[in-house]
Ligand binder design. Structure first.
Ligand SMILES: C[S@@+](CC[C@H](N)C(=O)[O-])C[C@H]1O[C@@H](n2cnc3c(N)ncnc32)[C@H](O)[C@@H]1O
Length: 201
């Protein structure tokens, strides 16, 4: 591909990302007005887990995001059927969501459940967990914030443990009981559970 085409492609992608962040910023400013603390699920899929969590924790305000429209629609249906007024499901890309989140809102509890493991080595760069995204999460994580990560994939589990151990903003926590069980859509298929919990350092 000619160099100028690559440059134009990157400029277009950056402009589109910036427009998404601005649009999400306006949505979040309105939807989260007056809120200072959130329970956040990144990649909520069909919303089974977060809808059940929100029903069991009426004193927490929860936000779940996913990239895929029909999964978000199914999540919203659970929120509506359950008459849940403490959960918001949004279609959003995680880094755009975090860049758009108002600075006045802190992530108190973060859940990443069965994220795409990208098992092939050449695709590891697509894994959500990396130093940059751990810093992004940390930038919004208030004091006492806790990150909960669960995967069936042994390699992604080890990768995440190593990234958390190396990151100055997070401290791995040992022997912490998993706070809430509700089988997720992917958990039902994957069966294995490998958990990590980390606190904002
Ligand atoms: C394997 S599924 C797990 C879904 C759900 N947590 C569960 O356990 O059933 C991973 C989900 O993360 C979403 N996802 C992946 N990357 C994402 C990103 N950067 N931002 C938002 N969602 C993302 C995918 O669309 C998918 O629904």
């Amino acid at each position: 591909m000619p160099e100028h085409t690559k440059v134009m492609g990157k400029e277009w992608a950056d402009a589109r990302r910036q427009a998404n962040v601005e649009r999400l910023g306006a949505t979040l400013a309105a939807a989260l007005a007056g809120r200072t603390s959130l329970t956040f699920e990144l990649g909520c899929g069909h919303g089974h887990w977060l809808a059940a969590y929100a029903a069991a924790h009426p004193d927490e305000f929860c936000v779940g995001i996913d990239l895929i429209t029909h999964r978000v629609e199914r999540s919203v249906r659970k929120q509506t059927l359950g008459k849940l007024d403490n959960v918001l499901f949004l279609k959003a890309e995680a880094t755009e969501f975090l860049d758009a989140l108002p600075a006045t809102v802190a992530l108190r509890k973060i859940f990443i459940l069965y994220p795409d493991p990208w098992p092939k080595k050449k695709h590891h760069k697509n894994r959500f967990i990396n130093a940059e995204n751990l810093a992004r999460l940390a930038a919004h994580a208030g004091p006492g914030a806790r990150l909960h990560f669960r995967t069936d994939d042994a390699d992604y589990h080890a990768w995440t443990r190593d990234h958390l151990a190396a990151h100055p903003a997070w401290r791995l926590a040992a022997d912490v009981p998993w706070p809430f069980e509700r089988t997720t859509f992917f958990e039902e298929r994957m069966k294995d559970k490998r958990d990590l919990v980390a606190d904002r350092a």
